[in-house]
Design a protein around this ligand. Sequence first.
Ligand code: FAD
Length: 527
Amino acid sequence: MDTDVLIVGAGPTGLMLANQLARRGVRALIIDRHAGPSRETRALGVQARTLEIYAKLGIADRARALGTPSTGANIWAEGRWMARASLGEVGRSMTPYPYILILGQDDNERIMGDRLRDVDVSVEWNTELVGLEQDGDGAAATLARPDGTSRRLTAAWVAGCDGAHSAVRELSGIPFAGAPYEHVFFVADTEATGTMVPDQVNVYLWRQGFHLFFPMRGANHWRIVGILPPALRGRDDVTFDAVMPSVRAEAGAGLSFQACTWYSTYRIHHRSAARFRDRRCFLLGDAAHIHSPVGAQGMNTGLQDAYNLAWKLALVVEGRAHPALLDSYEDERVPVARRLLNTTDRAFRLIVSDSWLAGVFRTKVLARIAAFALSGERVQRFAFRAVSQIGIRYRSSALSVSPEGWPDDAPRAGDRFPWLSLAFESDTVEDLFEKLDDTRMTLLAIGQSAIAESAFDRGDLLRMLAIPANGANERELARARIPRPSFYLLRPDGHVGLCGPRADPSVIARYLSERLRLTEPARPSHR
Ligand SMILES: Cc1cc2nc3c(=O)[nH]c(=O)nc-3n(C[C@H](O)[C@H](O)[C@H](O)COP(=O)(O)OP(=O)(O)OC[C@H]3O[C@@H](n4cnc5c(N)ncnc54)[C@H](O)[C@@H]3O)c2cc1C
């Protein structure tokens, strides 16, 4: 084989996958048909779960320094302020990043690209996948260059991170069912002043549609996203100057534009690949699912596809896990994508519908419902968990095993283990997420003594962390509804694989060999 993993596409998804594989000792070949990194901002909302992953990759601080944290969204209806959806206050106990970080896709790609160069992996630009064949052992790819030359390359695995028009998907014959929306979006990076609440997302609902204002780095810099007004639809040459009057007409005289540095229109589709895998090939990111940008989930979902696949693929490539482990990628990520497609589709149709009734609903009812609902802490917590993506869980996955009778409100197998501040060996309170090593599994022994790593044949893959259920930790454990005593076996991606009251080395060893499919059975070595 020429390479263990061929990553097709160096957008955010491909860069994340290449980084995560490199950290786990797997060198992948990453190619892109473009001549260099994209300069377009495109996606700009980085969610808390992505920032948690960035922290493990060592790039969260840089992202934070370049971006603008937005702690809430203000909802306006027909020019009147209606409600503020707070992210900051309610998210503070759930994640180190209780906000949406407004940071353009180009900056995200640059930071991930720099990190990749730090580990001596470079993208092979000007290289397009044009042919793909596979058998049981691997895939043969044909790669073409703009000068007309081409070469064949063999890879054990292929990751299709090649966007909405994915060649990997098409060459694998995987259907991409769905449809385009009839509306045309516009996006503009502007310098503007108006009623917008600074440093926060501002959502303007009108009878005719909506506009979103996202705070960008720099004074009075706003990204505006909206749909073209009915009078301008069906034209290919709509400029920002043509759109501006309708935005102003709705926003009132208070809104004025000083500059527009980037403007584009685009049609969006909602589509999902019928499968995320065909034997040796995987689909991730926009290659697997595309949907409306409502909720700023698109780029984040692709990044998390990569995070889900990387640790599994690394174990398989190293020969430490059976390839059957890779089935769980599709089992876990397809439902996430389908749910996302359904919710963004419903929300989007409500927001963009042209009907008179929908216009009234949008401005008179929706805004009031939102104002009422978002004033309650339960709804705020639910909304934050959904938007930030920290609520994504894989409870029905074959990798998730919770015991019978496990309390309903306790974290269980499949969940992202909650973010906690705990005292471990001393009285000093530490951030649990900082202590986790996401290249290994972690066994949290809560209110019971830890088992020695040497108790397992594959102990190097497993780290023990004892959490005393003492006075220092009691409140925090109770807040997260964590039973005491208990144990939680965390997968490298921070999701719970196995949990229960008392950690039994033989039960854990069985889980590692039967569920994670580690190739050498991880039985307790002291027996
Ligand atoms: C105008 C616009 C605005 C958007 N706004 C938002 C937003 O506000 N929020 C949000 O979450 N999302 C938004 N999106 C969507 C977001 O940009 C995507 O979800 C994100 O780019 C997906 O990343 P990806 O890496 O999966 O795919 P892409 O970013 O599409 O990257 C795919 C890469 O694969 C390469 N490639 C393609 N075919 C081949 C081939 N055959 N061989 C080699 N390389 C290939 C391409 O050159 C490209 O670099 C927006 C998209 C657009 C177009």
